[in-house]
Design a binder for this molecule. Sequence first.
Ligand SMILES: Cc1cc2nc3c(=O)[nH]c(=O)nc-3n(C[C@H](O)[C@H](O)[C@H](O)COP(=O)(O)OP(=O)(O)OC[C@H]3O[C@@H](n4cnc5c(N)ncnc54)[C@H](O)[C@@H]3O)c2cc1C
Length: 401
Amino acid sequence: MTYDVIIVGGGIVGLATAFRWLEAHPKSRLLLLEKEDRLAAHQTGNNSGVLHSGLYYKPGSAKAKLSVGGLQQMIAFCREHRIAFEQCGKVVVATTPAELPRLETLWERGNANGLQGLRRLNPAEIRKIEPHAAGLAAIHVPQEGIVDYPAVCEKLGDLIRQRGGEIRLGARMLNIAPEGGQQIVTSTGGRFRGKFVITCGGLHADRLVRAGGQKPGAQIIPFRGEYYKLRPERAHLVRHLIYPVPDPKFPFLGVHFTRLIHGGIEAGPNAVLAFAREGYKWTDLNLRDLAGSLSFPGLWRFLAKYPSMCGYEIRRSISRREFCRSLQKLVPEIRTEDLEPGGAGVRAQAMTADGKLVEDFDFVEVPGQLHVINAPSPAATASLAIGSTILHRVFNPGISV
Ligand SMILES: Cc1cc2nc3c(=O)[nH]c(=O)nc-3n(C[C@H](O)[C@H](O)[C@H](O)COP(=O)(O)OP(=O)(O)OC[C@H]3O[C@@H](n4cnc5c(N)ncnc54)[C@H](O)[C@@H]3O)c2cc1C
């Protein structure tokens, strides 16, 4: 049998794409392959659970366009399917004079991206929203919130199956070979024939591009983000979401406080090089992955560009006291003993050979195949919009977002 489409990757991007495909083409024969024995096992299941808006992203970028629309689509999906979410709002706090111009840039970007209801806050106004936060100035982003992404994925999986899609777990895709105008996908779960293949491989995105016979143009470098949890008796120090002003040289948002949708406060994530693409602890080592990162000239150029920042991230990963010091900039009352070890997630960050981090969502397209090569944060928030964009690109090749 020939599938109309084979989608590889059971994270939120692959699932949202399958869902959008079946919504637009209900009679399609669709197969989704996931190498793990469950959905959302990697980035999606280990992220911060935040519904981002379009505050940070360059106006006109795919991230800016898809996060604003994607947030609305995600909220509509959660409402319709009774998935836990809350638009609790977030404050982005400048704690030094040097951060004030950068906060201003965020203000301009947020407005350019069409965010409604943004408010500038002075220190007294910050304390009204977050009584224990300290800062010189802040932006309040009312539409941001928190959500249960694993529950979103479970629901997407159910809907895909109900609409006739097939999901095979424990099936690792090994190769894609064009044959007679179709694509033959070889996996550990069997060989399948499809008219079109879409890969959404997250931490393995570049390898899936290569498995399709294409050049990825960037390599995935895994950056682990580690979390602490606030001890329950200190959870009152944070009401909602408290974020620092991000360093524009670095794509990650900086350690922040997040209220979790099912209770508790998380602090983090930091960003350290992982020794395995799915390396959730310092001791997780995969020689193939590590050799791949260390032999990539882009990583060395990146490390040479930001030596002090990389050193600081390692110190902060090893030292709870250092981690706590960055949190104290936002909430001075936090003490090292308030922090309990939390989980970790690994970000799939595409990097080019000249050491630049690919900021925007990015795709590799050839006839019969579309590969998502870069879908970093806020791709979970934007996943339903990314799914629609992928469909649009498949049916209108050459036309971008
Ligand atoms: C620490 C952290 C915090 C974040 N916080 C947020 C946040 O608060 N809000 C937000 O919007 N975004 C956040 N993000 C980003 C967001 O989680 C990701 O952008 C999103 O989950 C990407 O989804 P994905 O489906 O592309 O990747 P993944 O969720 O990683 O899924 C890829 C899937 O492909 C499978 N796969 C790989 N290779 C194969 C193969 N050969 N065969 C079959 N299957 C394969 C993997 O097993 C995996 O299940 C965060 C990310 C991290 C790591």
